[in-house]
Design a protein around this ligand. Structure first.
Ligand SMILES: Cc1ncc(COP(=O)(O)O)c(C=O)c1O
Length: 442
């Protein structure tokens, strides 16, 4: 597969021009990679008005993903805002209610989108209420939820895979929503590689109308590289609005380093990645089985994540993380209960296996995360975000209204959403997850 962006930049470098344009480093190696970092010079195309090398590269990605695929150089965060804007625009154009029904474990960028765009959110809670990072939704539970809604939402928004590696049955859910003429939007930030499994588990292949993937999370791409995919079944009119919608939220100076990375990635994915991935997934499955045999309890069904329920193995998530660090392993995420390891075929499984199997199993820790009952909404997300606010200690927050998502990354999943009332449950959860100060409305 061709790499038009990379080829253009290489030719540009070879022609050794006097750079009388941005960026200010002029291609000199202050860091090392500056020569590749250009801007919209003649021939370099324009991400938000692409009709040249970027359009060609996006077409290549579209072929690989079997969708209408668009690049984001500002992560899934930008693609998520764009996707939601398009859904609301579509709702207004077709007379549907500008309401999004969303799984409660949505990432912070969903909350930002609600604050910026101002749509209403109806939260979908898991029937089994696991923890705030997981929201198990089935076709049946979703149908029941929709039957009980006063106003039908224009779209349902799911996060799959979630941070712990749970993959939702998108196929069955898509059937329910098709029958009801409701769009299905999927935050597939953690699942770009699902496209290349056999069979594909990518949300677009399973019936989602739009989804976004962080290429940088699970594929060899620079941080910030992401995709917004539109199903080919969506009206052409929506696809035509993608670039303008993305430009609403994105920087006018997208990174050409990230664009080159996405461009080169197409060639990588087209050239034997599928076979490499399948072989690797088999090895990961074998490793997971060995870990289970050694007494580990693993969570989730995502092929390239190993999520350890550390307390079952005798460690808090923090302690387990420290043990890993002492062995030279740096995990993706840990909290008091879990440690998440993210794999790609570049990760040496033998080294990982030796490290994990050398950790002694200890007596199970029998404490659980505090239960968070369904919070009470006082104002909507936009109103709370725009309100006058102050930072206070969580200890003094009882009865106040949350004004800002108050979560850091990872996992950037809000425990409480802006506009919700802070009660004893929420305070216990904030303390448990190490959040000591929050913004509340004045
Ligand atoms: C579930 C989920 N959605 C969206 C995002 C945002 O992705 P990005 O970092 O590519 O902007 C993240 C980032 O961690 C995430 O975990």
């Amino acid at each position: 597969m061709k790499t038009p962006i990379r080829d253009f930049i290489n030719e540009y470098i070879e022609s050794a021009p006097l750079r009388l344009h941005m960026p200010g480093h002029k291609g000199n190696a202050y860091f090392g990679f500056e020569k590749f970092d250009v801007t919209e010079v003649d021939g370099a195309d324009d991400l938000y008005g692409a009709d040249g090398i970027i359009a060609e590269s996006e077409n290549n990605a579209s072929q690989l993903f079997g969708a209408r695929t668009f690049y984001s150089t500002e992560g899934c965060s930008l693609a998520i805002k764009t996707m939601l804007f398009l859904a609301i625009k579509h709702a207004k154009e077709t007379g549907l209610a500008p309401i999004i029904a969303a799984g409660r474990n949505a990432h912070k960028s969903f909350i930002s989108a609600a604050a910026l765009i101002g749509f209403d959110v109806n939260w979908i809670y898991s029937p089994t209420e696991e923890n705030y990072l997981t929201c198990k939704i089935t076709a049946k539970s979703l149908s029941e939820f929709l039957d009980n809604q006063k106003n039908t939402p224009c779209a349902v928004y799911l996060t799959s895979p979630d941070y712990l590696g749970n993959v939702t049955d998108v196929k069955e859910i898509a059937k329910v929503l098709k029958a009801r003429n409701i769009l299905l939007l999927v935050d597939n930030a953690h699942g770009a590689y699902l496209k290349f499994l056999q069979p594909s588990l990518h949300p677009i292949d399973l019936g989602a109308d739009m989804c976004c993937d962080s290429a940088h999370k699970t594929l060899p791409c620079l941080t910030g590289g992401a995709y917004l995919h539109l199903s080919k079944n969506l009206p052409e009119n929506l696809a035509r609005q993608v670039k303008d919608a993305m430009a609403l939220f994105g920087s006018t100076s997208p990174s050409y380093l990230i664009l080159q990375s996405l461009d080169i990635l197409n060639a990588y994915l087209a050239d034997g990645y599928k076979e490499k991935l399948l072989g690797y997934v088999n090895q990961v499955n074998a490793l997971k089985n060995e870990l289970l045999g050694a007494g580990y309890v693993l969570v989730g069904n995502e092929p390239l994540k190993i999520t350890v329920n550390t307390k079952s193995y005798g460690y808090t998530g923090q302690e387990f993380n420290q043990v890993l660090k002492n062995k030279g392993l740096v995990c993706e995420f840990y909290d008091p209960d879990y440690t998440v390891l993210m794999l790609t075929p570049d990760v040496n499984l033998e080294r990982l296996k030796n490290a994990l199997l050398s950790i002694p199993k200890k007596e199970k820790i029998k404490t659980f995360p505090p239960k968070l009952n369904r919070p009470i909404k006082v104002t909507d997300i936009r109103q709370a975000t725009l309100s006058e606010c102050e930072k206070i200690s969580v200890k003094e927050a009882k009865g106040k209204i949350l004004a800002s998502a108050s979560v850091s990354c990872p996992p950037a999943v809000p425990i409480l959403v802006c506009g919700e009332k802070i009660d004893d449950d929420a305070i216990r959860c904030f303390h448990y997850y190490g959040i000591e100060e929050i913004f509340v409305t004045k």
